[in-house]
Design a protein around this ligand. Sequence first.
Ligand code: DC
Length: 218
Amino acid sequence: MIIAIDGPAGSGKSTLAKELSKRLGVPYLETGLLYRAVGYLCLKGKSRCDDVESTVKSLDVLEVKVDVEGTRVFYEGNDISGKLNDERVGKLASQVATIPEFREKINDLFRNLVKGKSAVVEGRDAGTHIFPNAELKFFITASPEERAKRRYNQLLKAGKEADYREILNAIVERDKRDSSRAKYPFRPAPDAIVIDTTGREVEEVLREVMERINELHS
Ligand code: DC
């Protein structure tokens, strides 16, 4: 069974997907991490995010591992997953996400990674383009202000500097870019269950999601 969890940055979809995969004991494919890994390669001068060929090819030098613990990305044998939670990397990831050829290749890669398995697949288009036939689709959302607040607190907790206004502006700008691209714009699948997490605890949302999964099996 494939459970697709989509939503914008800071909606709480990652926390939910991670917890859900643990409870169900199935692999957790975090698709955004691979977009970010390509952004990271561009930041380090190993690829060019403004060049289609270079961007598409950069997927060949990355290795991905997916299991119940989550998704990890390796470059030249080193796990770079911990280096990808960076605003500059996120911006470059959003840039490469506008390239249709890149999306086609990365989506094939995602399908191969969980071929024949059950998985929780989290991203922006898991239920629309990667797995349009997923058994269950959730679209997790929250207000831009709430998402900015969560990101701000996350950065402070990680001992990083943060500016709430800057984060909010970046979120609004990224939402606009992700949803207005000509091909593969970011939007919920028509058959997705939409959950707004504004002002709600993770546990409460998780309970709602588990109920939906149990309904499917009853
Ligand atoms: O979920 P995230 O913030 O790690 O994603 C980083 C960027 O990658 C985001 O701007 C949108 C893009 N992305 C995408 O277009 N499709 C996906 N399935 C996952 C991420």
